[in-house]
Design a protein around this ligand. Sequence first.
Ligand code: FRU
Length: 486
Amino acid sequence: VEERFRETYRPQYHFTPPTMWMNDPNGLIYHNGTYHLFYQHYPEDIVWGPMHWGHATSKDLVSWEHKPIALYPDELGLIFSGSAVMDTNNTSGLGTKDNPPMVAIFTYHLMEGEKAGRKDFQTQGIAYSLDEGETWKKYSGNPVIGNEGNIKDFRDPKVMWHDDTQKWVMSLVAGDHAKFYSSPNLKDWTLMSEFGKNIGAHGGVWECPDLFPLEVEGSDETKWVLIISINPGAPNGGSGTQYFIGDFDGTTFTTNQKEIKWLDYGTDNYAGVTFNGLPDTERTFIGWMSNWNYARDTPTEAWRSAMTLSRKLTLHKNKTNGFYLKNYPITSLDEYAYATVVHDTMKSGMSLSSKNYNEQRLDFKIPGKLDDFKLSFTNVNKESLKFGYDSSTKNYYLDRRKSGVVSFEQSFGDKVHTAPAILDSPTDVAYSIVMDASSIEIFIDGGSTVFTDQIFPTTPFTALTLTSENTTIVNLKVSKIKRIWK
Ligand code: FRU
């Protein structure tokens, strides 16, 4: 393995770019047995700069192969976030019936326009590949959606094929709301409707929309989910992901939802979207594991930032929560687990040691009623990472304030992250904790409450201690996870 893949904080089973800066996942698509991940990439520095689309492929959504850069900036601008579709019927005419094109739909960001004080510097463009995403050509008629309305934030097209009405549907964001467009051919787009001006969280600009149908588990009711990233304004600060559950009739998205719903209560799951090309029952999500508050400042050298684990999204409904999404690691991650040790019970005051918790996954249950507990990961340098439940506030919490290097940016380590207990039922709750070199992902109750946080311990965590009054952990499975960089 190359040196740079062994850098202290380089995740060993999360996607990272080979070198330099990365932000949002783009163009997530599954085709012909291969998953494609494109991503916002600046290949010349470890801070944000002129955006390209990097590219990687995978057979199982865990291991990735790095590919050459797919899209470079051109005279219409930098290549901001967007999506990819397989134009199977060659509606665009950019390929042939026998060799239909893979089409990328993205935002052009024209720096010169922005610098000159214009407001129309973001437009939408397309590009196509006739060789399974290996090489790309920009469409000569770009932009396909101009910006006649002078909308300052006008970006992040997510396109899907809407079968009922036999047309392409695009979700796009415009500052404080989403816009939906339709097209017969991916080139000519018509504005259909808008959503969101007076609903949901508005602490910052709306980004990276994603609209898709999902069946409610245990029923045959299908609802539509609209995911919206927002920056700033997330529950624990900075960038975060909210979602709406409603209906989409091919033209308009509507919802009865009153409350704000968050996909993740950690501060490091942003700009996440789902794959095109998979069956609706396999809705799979990847987010960018960082936060614009401190993304540029994290203590890495050869590269910067990682993606979240690939997660399956499922939709649920109960009396307490109404509709709610769960997001949970895809099952192919199970195949990377090895050297599993099982502890039947772990009582309060007990400590377990391990060579390195930062390459392990922990799965366990807490039987009985949800009650106070605290799990502390510690290391030889007296750094600590604490996760628990506080019945006085009815919140779960994740405390990384003393988890290692935190001083690179003030907001990284200034407070405890909290989450309300969104659960199927407040008894016999299951927990999964996945820790890599510089991240922790906590899935409570199969992912109804989730924390995704970056961490930078100066040496791996080696001890785990439970503190509680009434609760005991049972069936604790501790597994190592195989490294993906060969
Ligand atoms: C989200 C975002 C997108 C934009 C991209 C630019 O993190 O701000 O809205 O397209 O990053 O890199």
